[in-house]
Design a protein. Structure first.
Lengths: 549, 429
């Protein structure tokens, strides 16, 4: 199979999606290729923080200014993806006492609206916070819904004719006379290959960008910096809470939907596809959480996940990843490596994706010797439900007033059967994880104990797939969830897991059922090494909301 | 302080079985529990042993004959403490108890029923209600019609039927979904329990039967989700079979389990009829072991904490799932009432396999209380921790049940064994 395009974008994180929309809006024929689902990598595995810039104000004023500028733009162009939680920087007893003044001055310098509030006022807003906290500063942080944002970018780009190929991995980049002329993408489900001819290839593969660049012979070092986060089963704050101290581990707590997410650690890992969550990270998050909220450990940890920050470096990485720049890098490989028609954009933050996309496309335009201005800062993105940030309360309202028809398939997240059926009908894949990302199926406290079986049953009834394929969808999803649950399994959550185990093994006998393998073979789950089933979704369990911090 | 002969802590299948048995031997018995056990969530069958080796894909026809091999592979499983005759006695006692409770359980220790499960896998179980035995997958050919309700989201007949057919078990099954008639018509979130109540209404039943009749031609038997009545289950089943003029059987659903509810209600009634006293909804907060004996336990009541004493105590509080064992983030595992020594690893990394469907189960599921051959918990010196304390069911070390399918079998056999020991009956051995 063959395709041709003007601009080929590799990587379906928020940066790639942003470039897709920017390029399409500038009138280019564009195609995005992503090896998993949208926002499957780092963009889907962060804590969901929309930075005000406060986190960087002291150490990296340039990044701080970029953050606040983009923060204000994103609030205008994607209001349905942003919850205006506001943020607080709080000085806990162990934080440096004089940091508050430095922080506030730096915020003002960077143009970040900052207001010191009294501790009494802080406790009025957030009663669970530590009363020993000495100072509190309010800034315009927010929380973002990454999947909705990426989908909106792709949908808006499609209005301009842009195409997106999901579940396709780039297996080769084609070069001719020192110039990139296209790439070969392989469907990770069917194995079919597509050759894509392109005038310009944009590498937006994030932490995987170094690997991709090497296919063209360019030497690009992108270090993978693992950050681990934990979702707690309760939205214990309504405001983003940051520690008023130099950036460190576990210094951010973000309310996301019905849960609160604490993050992160920062650990260099050699392979962006393989980074286990370690016990010390879990313990550290719980300890750090308790410094902000004394009752933190009394809440149930729902799941843990990690993302890999792409940290670009011209030279070899030093030991301390927090010293490596969080700023983006835009590389023109014709200047740098003598390879034409190829640019790499890497690093940066979720909050500044739009600006990175603009800069990337400005460079692409210069290289293609065409002048086409960027309009993404003024264009409100398309959404299915404009102007409305999703909350579980909206669903509850619809269910209670009888507007949401049909069965409640996922009781935790109030997902109905018609919602699932519509989503299934619109897709040619039968991957329950896609439903989780789009509809939040299986993301509540029971972690898919009941709804996964129901979804597999509905899939089987509606999608004309074999029982073995439905079984596989079920097994894949349970394994994917298991990876995220296992690091935080103790107490009540462990009891919950044993209920799920009782249902799926004791009652359903899933370990004895035939499962579809690739091609036409079936095997029973006990007969083969199960690792092979989970090839579609690499890495760890994604976050409830997402990007890179 | 009120004095009992025996206090049983925990109202799962192990606790209920032991309590019933003791109450019937003229003992003054108290059964105290925080909640109903896993019996309300499980299939309703008594699985003695379903697979050997536990990761085998072929269900066992004869569980008793496979027990020696199972114990060779799983030397820590509590079945090691029971002789064959004691296992037989336990299962037979359970059959007698269920018969007295108005429940029609059938089966024998050397034979498994091979029942269609709610995912279409074969569920090998030793004792089961007749309503479910009708689904036994003997290799006799035959055609089954599996009927589901569109409004019941916990039962997918097409998935069950296709999975059964794919395993070439000798039957050919077909699925059909029908709408639930009045008074539940249009209720899209109906539960198995609500449906079971509705099935006790003759008008409702008639309407369901009318819907099924159009599809039933040419089938040898008809399978439905296990919702065919609660108290009047026997009448409902008989009526369905008579009007459809075919055998009708039940397939278990996702929780809540209607057959589990029938079993719980039946045994509870038998227990109280035999003079037993039941306190449900009170947590046992602790117990005291003094001079080698349990002196009393403390229970929570609405107004205050109360101490109760007895000659003997039976701990049937379950494993981690049941709440008998507690765990925390620091890797601690402890028994919740007496803080008895527990066999467990304290490094959380060792609790789990990296696969959810681990071929031999999650290690954490085998953690539990170590006991003597008389099911008495042992202290640090391998001596009984208390002369009048016994442990049964899933609280026992080595009792992982999800892979070999041994859960209710252990509950029943250990429950009867301990009850007979306390009441002074001797096992035939």
């Amino acid at each position: 199979m063959k395709k041709s395009t003007e601009i080929l974008i590799i990587g379906g994180g928020v940066t790639g999606c942003g470039i897709l929309f920017d390029a399409a809006q500038r009138g280019f024929k564009t195609l995005l290729v992503e090896r998993g689902a949208l926002s499957n990598g780092t963009s889907g595995r962060f804590h969901g923080l929309l930075h005000s810039g406060g986190r960087y104000a002291v150490k990296d004023p340039v990044a701080a200014r970029e953050c606040i500028e983009e923060n204000q733009i994103l609030r205008r162009i994607m209001p349905h993806c942003i919850e205006d939680t506001g943020g607080l920087f709080v000085s806990a007893p162990s934080d440096p006492p004089d940091f508050g003044d430095t922080f506030a001055a730096a915020c003002r310098e960077a143009g970040i609206p900052v207001e010191e509030i009294s501790v009494a006022e802080m406790l009025r807003r957030e009663p669970l916070l530590n009363p020993q906290i000495r100072r509190a500063f309010a800034v315009p942080d927010g929380s973002v819904e990454t999947w909705e944002a990426c989908q909106s970018l792709v949908d808006s780009a499609a209005e301009f004719g842009a195409e997106t190929l999901l579940y396709h991995e780039i297996v080769d980049v084609l070069t001719q006379d020192g110039a990139v002329v296209g790439a070969v993408a392989k469907n990770v489900i069917t194995g079919q290959e597509i050759t894509i001819e392109a005038d310009m290839v944009v590498n937006a593969a994030g932490a995987w960008g170094g690997r991709l660049a090497r296919m063209t012979g360019c030497d690009v070092t992108v270090n993978a910096g693992k950050g681990t986060m934990i979702a707690m089963n309760y939205r214990m704050v309504n405001t983003v809470i940051n520690r008023c101290a130099p950036p460190g581990d576990g210094d951010i707590l973000v309310p996301v939907g019905t849960v609160a997410v604490i993050g992160t650690t920062s650990v260099g890992v050699p392979n962006p596809d393989d980074y286990p969550i370690e016990d010390w990270e879990v313990e550290l998050m719980l300890t750090k959480g308790a410094e902000m909220i004394p009752t933190f450990a009394k809440f149930r940890a729902l799941r843990a996940w990690a993302g890999v920050r792409p940290l670009y470096q011209e030279k070899e990485a030093g030991a301390d990843l927090r010293q490596v720049t969080r700023n983006y890098a835009l590389l023109d490989h014709s200047d740098r490596d003598g390879v034409d028609n190829f640019v790499t954009i890497t690093g940066g933050k979720w909050t500044t994706y739009r600006m990175m996309a603009e800069k990337t496309m400005d460079l692409v335009c210069r290289k293609l010797q065409t002048e086409r201005p960027c309009h993404t800062a003024e264009t409100v993105l398309q959404s299915h439900d404009p102007g409305k940030y999703f909350t579980v309360g909206q669903r509850l309202d619809k269910v209670e007033t009888g507007q949401a028809e049909g069965q409640l398939i996922c009781e935790c997240e109030l997902v109905t059967r018609p919602q699932i059926e519509r989503r299934l009908a619109a897709s040619d894949r039968n991957i329950i994880n896609d439903l989780r990302r789009d509809l939040r199926v299986g993301m509540g406290p029971c972690q898919g104990g009941f709804c996964t079986y129901r979804v597999a049953g509905i899939m089987h009834e509606n999608q004309n797939i074999s029982a073995a394929e439905a079984n596989k969808a079920l097994v894949d999803f349970l394994q994917e969830r298991w990876k995220g649950i296992q690091p935080v399994l103790w107490g009540q959550h462990l009891r919950q897991m044993q209920l799920d185990e009782g249902i799926y093994l004791g009652l359903l006998g899933l370990d004895k059922l035939p499962v579809q393998l690739s091609g036409t073979d079936t095997a029973r789950i006990g007969e083969v090494e199960t690792e092979g089933y989970f090839e579609i979704e690499a890495g760890d369990t994604p976050a409830p909301a997402g990007g890179s911090s | 302080m009120k004095k009992y002969d025996t206090i049983v802590i925990g109202a799962g299948l192990a606790g209920l079985t032991a309590a019933c048995h003791l109450a019937q031997t003229q003992q003054k018995v108290l059964l105290v529990a925080h909640g109903a056990g896993a019996v309300l969530l499980a299939s309703g069958g008594v699985d003695l042993l379903g697979y050997q080796p536990v990761d085998s894909l072929t269900p066992l026809d004869n569980p008793l004959a496979a027990l020696p091999d199972f114990l060779a592979d799983n030397p820590d499983h509590p079945y090691r403490l029971l002789e064959t005759e004691q296992i037989k006695t336990g299962l037979n006692q359970f059959l007698a108890l269920t018969a007295q409770s108005g429940l029609d359980y059938r089966g024998q220790p050397d034979q498994n029923w091979l029942l269609p499960g709610p995912g279409g896998a074969v569920h090998p179980t030793c004792l089961a209600p007749t309503s479910m035995i009708g689904g036994h997958l003997a290799a006799d050919g035959g055609r089954m019609l599996l009927v589901g309700f569109r409004e019941l989201k916990d039962f997918y007949p097409k998935l069950i039927s296709d999975n059964l057919n794919a395993q070439n078990l000798g039957q050919k099954s077909t699925a059909v979904s029908i709408n639930i008639p009045a008074p539940l018509a249009g209720q899209m979130n109906v539960t198995p329990i609500e449906l079971a109540h509705a099935f006790e209404q003759p008008d409702f039943r008639r309407a369901v039967i009318a819907s099924i009749k159009g599809h039933a031609k040419g089938y040898d038997r008809i399978g439905l989700p296990a919702v065919l009545g609660l108290e009047q289950h026997a009448e409902v089943l008989a009526d369905m079979q008579q009007q459809l003029a075919k055998p009708v059987f039940e397939i278990s659903t996702l929780p809540p389990s209607v057959p589990g509810r029938r079993l719980f209600d039946g045994l509870r009634r038998t227990f109280t009829r035999a003079g037993g006293r039941l306190i449900l909804g009170s947590k046992v907060t602790g117990g005291a072991i003094e001079a080698g004996r349990v002196s009393h336990i403390d229970i929570e009541t609405a107004s205050r904490s109360r101490s109760i004493t007895a000659d003997n105590f039976v701990l049937a509080t379950g494993g981690i799932f049941g709440g008998g064992l507690q765990t925390d983030a620091a890797g601690r595992v402890w028994e919740d009432v007496f803080n008895l020594p527990v066999r467990a690893k304290t490094n959380r990394h060792q609790w789990f396999d990296k696969k959810f469907i681990a071929p031999r189960g999650q290690p954490v599921a085998s953690y539990g209380v170590k006991v003597t051959p008389q099911f008495q918990p042992i202290n640090g010196h391998d001596q009984p921790a208390a002369a009048n304390l016994y442990v049964i069911g899933a609280a026992l070390a080595g009792s992982e049940w999800t892979r070999g399918r041994t859960g209710n079998g252990l509950a029943v056999t250990s429950g009867v064994f301990v009850a007979r020991q306390i009441s002074g009956e001797r096992s035939v051995s």
